[in-house]
Design a protein. Structure first.
Length: 152
């Protein structure tokens, strides 16, 4: 199975296990390294905030499920950690949780002739994030957002 397929399957499994405990999968990274495979997962509560002990609990919950599915053959590292304060914003739920807060957006194609915008998240609908960029109100389609994060 290719790395994209593995990432998708692990993501679905982790999302299911994490949500059963009141957490969500924020991001997953699967990398081949010289000593095996590295699985790094970021987890958080939907409203934000996860402790080190909770990350350890999710790691212990996930490991046997991954072993059962055959993902943890050979040498590997498995890490579940917090996304921290600069958690990446990716899905509409992430942006909704951050309404009224300042964020920076890195786009995969220009909106109003720019690929980087900073502004206050004022509204989120099914396809777009609306920001107050100081001198203008912008609609940024979710599909054009490559990366976004809160500004502190």
């Amino acid at each position: 199975m290719d790395q994209g397929g593995i990432k998708k399957e692990i993501g679905e499994l982790a999302s299911s296990l994490f949500s059963g405990k009141g957490f969500e999968l924020v991001e997953i990274d699967v990398r081949n390294s010289g000593s095996g495979v590295s699985f790094s997962l970021l987890a958080d509560r939907p409203q934000g905030g996860i402790s080190l002990d909770e990350c350890g609990m999710l790691n212990r919950l996930l490991k046997p499920a991954l072993e059962e599915k055959g993902f943890l053959a050979g040498q590997y590292t498995l890490e579940v950690s917090s996304p921290g304060l600069d958690r990446p914003l990716k899905q509409k739920e992430d942006f909704r949780r951050c309404l009224g807060r300042q964020a920076v957006f890195f786009l995969n194609c220009p909106v109003s002739e720019r690929i980087e915008w900073k502004g206050l998240i004022s509204k989120v609908d099914e396809q777009s994030v609306f920001i107050d960029a100081g001198d203008s109100l912008l609609e940024i389609p979710l599909v054009k957002i490559n990366k976004a994060k809160l500004v502190f």
